[in-house]
Design a protein. Sequence first.
Length: 206
Amino acid sequence: MARYTGPKNRLARREGLDLGLKTIGSHAHAGLLRRLGIPPGQHGPKGKRKISSYGQQLREKQKVKHMYGLLEKQFRVVFGRAKKFKGNTGDKLIQFLEQRLDNVIYRLGFAPTRPSARQLVSHRHVLVNGEILSIPSAIVNVGDVITLDVKGAEIPSIKKMIEDKSIQPPTWLERKGPAGKVVRVPERTDVSEDITEQFIIEFYSR
C-alpha cells in the first residue's frame, strides 16, 4: 500500500498551512504551529519571490494531495474520475476525496488525524456494513454504516475520542458511539478547509 512516509512537518511548512497531519494539542502539533511561517530547508527562507500562475496551481494541488494523504498517481486517478462526471469537476473532486473511507473515519471523529484513520483501516479495525474493509481509499456511499471493531475501539486515544461528546461530525454523517452512518452525499459547503479547487483543475488542464 503506497503512502507518504517522510516528515509530515515538512509538508505543512512547505504549504504554510496546518494540513491536519499532527494530533491537535500534541507537543508535535504545537511545534509545527510555531514554524508554519518558515519554509523547510537547511538555511531557512531565501526571500520571497512572486509566485507564477503555474506555481499557484502546483502548490494548491500539492496542498490538497497531502491533506488527504494521497500520492501523485492516486490523486491524478481521483481527478480523472471527477472529470468524467457532468457538472462541476471541482465539487466532484472534493466529494470523492471526502467519501474515502479513511477520511470518513477522520470526519466521524474516530481518529485524531487522517494518517491515524488510515492506520485504523489498514490494520483491519474498521467494518463497513458489518464486513471488515481494510482499503483506506474505498469509497463509502449513502446508507453505509461504518463501525470500529472491539479492539480498535479500545485503543486508548480512540476510546477517548469516541467518549468525547463534544466532537460533532459534519451533517452528511451521523455518529453514535463507535458507529457512524453516511446520511447523504457530501457537498462542497461541508468542507471548511481553505481549498481553491479551480487551481487544481487548471493544473491538470495544462
